[in-house]
Design a protein around this ligand. Structure first.
Ligand SMILES: Nc1nc2c(ncn2[C@@H]2O[C@H](COP(=O)(O)OP(=O)(O)OP(=O)(O)O)[C@@H](O)[C@H]2O)c(=O)[nH]1
Ligand SMILES: [Mg+2]
Length: 458
């Protein structure tokens, strides 16, 4: 796909494949309305070419279906181009055949994310906002949705743009000094200029430090429940999910496969993973389950290490505690509804800063405290305040870090009173890095990487 391939008219099915109440086929581009007119017959007899923007028309795609057609004229549409949306009865065949007709009449099949890409290329949204569209589609909790919405509304973009404007201002000054070196060098390395750059650098740095929390919010965390057989791992999974997802029995070795479910942890999507109990086993299936469990321990952001409070610690517990010690972990002592035999003092001593929580998974006791502890660990004490200026995307974070580094070099160059040419190089690096975030400077390759993650029809 070419960077500025905006001449043809694209079409795609925008609703998921399968049966549904309604299916939507979308068109965007110069010929969108003309192409739609070739396949649509309105009840009123009017051609779409004659109708006003933002109007809906009842009629037929002859021989295929009864439809409602929405016309949105440029530049006030999703892509900022002429757009038509055909709402038909949801069904694989109906949408497919309408799309085929449109392709026959001159539309080209859209690539993944091409509608959103056009919105970007036509200047209606910037790259941060385009990526926010994908985040909205994929968000799994209210909080991550809110942050994505804020980014789509342009709060983060605005902040990044302001920073860029300030830098551009300084850059203009530097460029002028390249031409008249003698007079301006003093001013360039003067305290005023240094302070301006420092302030910008601080701001960029501050923004980049929000990325850690931001990424957690967007991508969620992986919490792996581990422990020896029968301590209540599956019971905990079920209790946290609020439904009987995993099989629970008194027989040790019940769970043999990995079970993964997403739960909403105070706004953070947490992938909760139940694993097979760790022990020596001769059973082929169980052995494979245990091997898989171990690989999951490595992938965990957080290990929920379960011990049975109604029994004494065993050698198997030791192995698991050892694993946990190397990681971020919460020690969960389960079955606190039964008389407790576990050596609490030893665990406290061992845990060395890890939170220890006592619960009863089968009776649902202590779960709130456990959730609180996990959530605190994940947020590391910080709760999202001004969600609108949170960096959630790795790409944005990397851009900010690059800009931060370039500005660090710039400060050194300025302090050493090197010539304006050197200053100019550093400041351009910073500008490029910042510009890439919102898409002011961009490459085809970057756009390809971003938009290929979208689905077709978005
Ligand atoms: N009294 C009591 N029993 C519990 C509690 N939690 C789990 N159990 C019981 O402990 C047994 C094992 O529970 P599971 O949740 O299957 O344990 P698991 O750790 O998943 O076991 P494996 O899958 O075999 O590794 C079952 O009989 C549960 O009913 C609890 O809090 N209190
Ligand atoms: Mg189990």
């Amino acid at each position: 796909m070419k960077l500025h391939d905006l001449d043809d008219t694209i079409a795609a099915i925008s609703t998921p494949i399968g049966e549904g109440g309604i299916g939507i086929v979308r068109l965007s581009g110069k010929e969108a309305i003309a192409i739609a007119d070739k396949i649509f017959r309105s009840q009123s007899g009017k051609k779409l070419a004659e109708v006003k923007s933002f109007t809906v028309h009842y009629g037929w795609v002859v021989g295929i279906d009864e439809v409602l057609v929405t016309v949105m004229r440029a530049p006030k549409s999703y892509t900022a181009e002429e757009m038509v949306e055909i709402s038909c009865h949801g069904g694989i065949l109906v949408t497919r055949r309408i799309l085929d007709l449109l392709l026959q009449k001159g539309a080209r099949l859209a690539e993944p994310g091409e509608f959103t890409k056009r919105a970007f290329l036509n200047g209606r949204i910037d790259l941060v906002q385009a990526e926010a569209v994908l985040d909205i589609i994929r968000s799994q909790t209210d909080l991550s949705l809110r942050v994505a919405m804020n980014q789509l509304e342009g709060h983060l973009s605005k902040r990044v743009r302001q920073i860029r404007e300030e830098l551009l201002d300084i850059y203009a000054y530097v460029e002028a000094s390249v031409d008249f070196p003698d007079e301006d060098l003093e001013i360039l390395s003067g305290i005023d200029m240094l302070n301006r750059v420092k302030k910008i650098k601080d701001e960029i740095h501050k923004l980049s430090t929000t990325a850690e929390r931001g990424q957690v919010l967007r991508e969620g965390v992986v919490g792996v429940i581990c422990g020896k057989p029968n301590v209540g791992k599956s019971s905990l999974l079920n209790a946290l999910l609020g439904r009987e997802r995993a099989i629970v029995t008194p027989i040790p070795g019940t769970t043999r496969d990995i079970i993964e479910e997403v739960m909403n942890l105070d706004g953070i999507p947490m992938r909760l993973v139940d694993t097979a109990g760790i022990r020596e086993s001769e059973d082929t299936i169980e052995k494979e389950g245990i091997r898989r469990s171990r690989t999951y321990f490595e992938r965990a952001d957080l290990l929920l290490t379960i011990l049975d409070g109604s029994a004494s610690l065993t050698r198997e517990d030791d192995e698991i505690l050892e694993k946990a010690a190397a990681r971020q972990a919460v020690i969960v002592i389960n079955k606190n509804d039964l008389p407790q035999k576990i050596d609490q003092a030893r665990i406290k001593e061992w845990s060395n800063g890890f939170p220890v929580v006592s619960i009863s998974a089968s009776q649902g006791k202590g779960l709130e405290e456990l959730i609180g502890v996990i959530s605190k660990l994940v947020w590391q004490g910080e709760v999202i305040g001004s969600a609108e200026e949170l960096v959630t995307n790795v790409r944005h974070k990397e851009g900010l870090i690059r800009a931060d580094k370039a500005l660090g070099r710039l400060l050194e160059t300025m302090e050493k009173k090197l010539s304006a040419e050197f200053i100019s190089v550093d400041i351009r690096d910073a500008l490029d890095a910042i510009g890439e975030i919102v898409g002011e400077t961009t490459t085809e390759d970057l756009l390809g990487r971003i938009f290929s993650k979208f689905c077709i029809g978005k």
